[in-house]
Design a protein around this ligand. Structure first.
Ligand SMILES: Nc1ncnc2c1ncn2[C@@H]1O[C@H](COP(=O)(O)OP(=O)(O)O)[C@@H](O)[C@H]1O
Ligand SMILES: [Mg+2]
Length: 139
């Protein structure tokens, strides 16, 4: 069971620790759907789910440790943040796959669906791979 708690900090968001397993991707997509519905930002659900699916898949495939930390936040009215923290010190590395190669495309998808992405090394070891999606505010 995953307990999703609203953050104690100023902005809105959810943080949860989940097993570093392939099945987790599905659970995280569900969490995104719920969070974005709560915020009335359903239009952004698919993009965020795509980004998050790649980040979780990478943590499962390339990182280590039993658990990963999932971040679903809205740090500003017009900004959405998703992130996955894992225990591996290996950093993401953008690949340039040839047309016939099936792997090495995940971070390209992240770059395509997010407005910014990056990686932050964590003091206690491991890193957080994050992506931001801008909310287009209607005028
Ligand atoms: N969370 C991670 N931990 C360690 N290495 C990672 C992580 N995410 C990505 N990488 C590295 O970046 C590379 C590119 O990732 P990606 O574009 O998703 O391609 P793929 O996962 O198909 O190899 C991976 O092959 C891996 O070497
Ligand atoms: Mg990948």
């Amino acid at each position: 069971m995953t307990i999703v708690q609203p953050r104690a900090r100023g902005h809105q968001g959810y943080n949860t620790t989940v097993p570093r397993q392939p099945q987790t991707a599905r659970e995280v997509r569900g969490l995104l759907r719920i969070a974005y519905a709560t915020w009335g930002l359903e239009d952004y659900t698919e993009s965020a789910q795509t980004v998050m699916s790649e980040l979780v898949a990478n943590a499962v495939r390339h990182a280590c440790g039993d658990w990963i930390r999932i971040v679903i936040e809205r740090p500003a009215q017009d900004k959405l943040l998703v992130a996955v923290a894992d225990k591996s010190d290996r950093l993401p590395e953008v690949k340039h796959p040839g047309e016939d190669e099936v792997s090495g495309r995940g971070l390209g998808m992240v770059a395509e669906f997010a407005d910014r992405w990056g990686v932050t090394e964590l003091a206690g070891g491991g890193k957080r791979v994050w992506a931001e999606i801008d909310v287009k505010v209607e005028s």
